[in-house]
Write a new protein. Structure first.
Length: 255
């Protein structure tokens, strides 16, 4: 196998990432209910296209597989969104700001705090002392396997406090990833305070920041620094289904 490495220079450190050793932290979109679900989205449906004598399934005698896919990017699986998610601006779409995303990322595990009936992530220990990074991935504890297929609708899932997302933005974080269905409360009267603070809404807007939700970080993946790649569609929407990949770093040395 040909080896492909990328070199990342950050502050006075140089890191190497082997592009053959990526670890996917996005979820596979499947037909049916075996997906995470939030905000009362219908389950994804992979529909065989049939037209006249043509059957879009080799399994039922067709020449090729040809299916129509129905799903909600925000509600059915791992997705990446831009500030267009909270804006009426028709130009605020993923294809305008991103082709793919690459960043130095730190994975952190955090247990939400009980606040009344809510579970809230209010702080990330050691945040101000982290190496310069462009992205942060927040894994919530406990990290159950059920996150891969959980129906979050109507369950008041944990969320991230807006003061923390504001702090992340002030520290230069461009890309925020989480295994939560949303960084805001499921029901908040339309405030969306965490989204708005991270995207600098209404002013000054931060069009090149992104939020990726409904990830799954395997328990064997240790906290620490990684090279992040987020693969997205060129789509004229505020959101794209996405495939975030973390690459372990090695051979760091003083540059």
């Amino acid at each position: 196998m040909i080896e492909y490495q990328v070199q990342i220079n950050s502050s006075n450190q140089t890191y190497l990432a082997d592009l053959n050793k990526g670890i996917e932290v996005g979820l596979v979109l499947k037909d049916g209910a075996e997906n995470p679900n939030c905000y009362y989205a219908d389950p994804p449906e992979f529909e065989v296209i049939i037209a006249g004598d043509f059957k879009g399934s080799v399994g039922i005698g067709g020449p090729v597989n040809h299916r129509k896919v129905h799903f909600s990017p925000h509600g059915n699986g791992t997705h990446t969104e831009c500030y267009g998610h909270i804006s009426a601006d028709p130009e605020a779409t993923m294809d305008k700001f991103f082709s793919s995303i690459h960043a130095l990322c730190r994975l952190v595990s955090v247990e939400p705090e009980q606040t009344g009936k809510d579970l809230v992530i209010r702080k990330i220990p050691g945040l101000s002392y982290f190496d310069p990074i462009d992205a942060i991935a927040v894994r919530t504890l406990p990290n159950q396997e059920e996150k891969k297929t959980k129906n979050y609708s109507g369950t008041n899932p944990p969320y991230i406090d807006a003061e923390l997302t504001d702090q992340l933005g002030n520290l230069g974080i461009l890309h925020l990833l989480t295994d939560l269905p949303s960084i805001d409360p499921e029901i908040d009267g339309g405030k969306l305070a965490a989204h708005k603070s991270f995207f600098g809404w209404p002013s000054p807007k931060k069009p090149f920041r992104s939020i990726t939700e409904l990830c799954y970080f395997p328990p064997e993946l240790p906290d620490g620094l990684y090279f992040l790649q987020i693969q997205i569609m060129s789509i004229n929407l505020d959101v794209s289904p996405s495939r975030p990949i973390l690459f372990p770093l090695s051979n760091s040395h003083k540059s």
